[in-house]
Design a protein around this ligand. Structure first.
Ligand code: NAP
Length: 251
């Protein structure tokens, strides 16, 4: 059965980055199924449109959008498109990410790999959140979800207990910094007027995606659970937190 299309005038509007594949695509699918109107963004419009087509054919309110999180001009253009739609923005999911440095440790990883990782995994969400902050401030129930990783948990890294403690140094550093950015963004939004902007980070789990590989424990759709929960928190929900499986996770 084809689900009925939500009323586009009243449906909450969400934007997911890096959403042509993997976890991002599943977050789009889940939010759209819950009645959100969703911008499915990818580095190119063609990639976004190809990924959106089957969802649109299934009756979901999904719109493709070009958004390269490492390209300032692309981010600015995407913000203009969303603003021009006139529907505002209620939910931003910073999902796009890269893992480029697996065979290395902190002493051997080439710094150009570190820079490329930080560009997407840290500066990307930072720039995208800044660009869409004015639209989010206009929402009645604004939410920002930063897709991070337990690989960025300083608690785990210092304890040396988790497998991720031996993980890729650029990726771990970028996700630790993204967690810090999550707290700082939550505090920054608290300075403004209007509804609370709930800003949280999460780990989706180890997922069978291009990044997680085929041996991972969870399907991408299962990994969408915590990000979607954070994207749809009630108004009195948490902000400035880091979650895994809907539970607070040690920083
Ligand atoms: N998989 C896991 O086990 C796991 C665990 C913890 C956290 N995470 C996090 O979950 C998020 C999604 O990862 P995934 O597992 O779904 O991996 P994935 O399948 O590799 O998806 C990553 C997505 O990010 C996009 N992307 C990369 N650079 C981009 C850029 N400059 N601008 C816009 N999009 C860009 C990719 O687009 P292209 O296809 O065009 O490159 C791809 O669609 C990431 O933030 C990752 O760190 C994943």
């Amino acid at each position: 059965m084809v689900p009925s299309r939500p009323d586009r005038r009243s449906a909450p509007v969400a934007l997911v980055t890096g959403a042509a594949t993997g976890l991002g695509l599943e977050i789009v699918r889940a939010l759209a199924a819950r009645g959100h109107r969703v911008w499915l963004s990818a580095r190119t419009f063609r990639r976004a449109a190809d990924a959106a087509a089957p969802l649109v054919a299934a009756g979901l309110a999904v719109e493709p959008l070009a958004l390269d999180v490492a390209d300032a001009a692309s981010i600015a253009a995407a913000a203009r498109v969303v603003e021009a739609s006139g529907h505002g923005l209620d939910v931003l999911v910073n999902n796009a990410g890269v893992l480029l440095d697996e065979p290395h440790d902190a002493l051997t990883v080439p710094l150009d790999v570190v820079r490329a990782t930080l560009e997407v995994d840290l500066l990307g969400p930072w720039a995208v959140t800044q660009a869409f902050a004015p639209l989010l401030r206009g929402s009645r129930a604004p939410r920002v979800v930063n897709v991070s990783s337990t690989a960025g948990s300083l608690h785990d890294l210092a304890a040396g207990a988790a497998p991720d403690a031996w993980g890729p140094p650029a990726y771990c550093t970028a996700k630790a910094a993204l967690n810090a950015l999550t707290v700082l963004t939550a505090r920054a939004f608290e300075r403004g007027r209007g509804p609370r902007v709930l800003v949280n980070a999460c780990c989706p789990g180890w997922l069978r995606t291009g990044m997680g590989g085929p041996a991972a424990t969870l399907a991408a759709a299962e990994g969408a659970d915590t990000p979607v929960w954070l994207a749809t928190l009630p108004d009195d929900g948490p902000t400035g937190g880091f979650f895994s499986e809907r539970q607070p996770y040690p920083w």
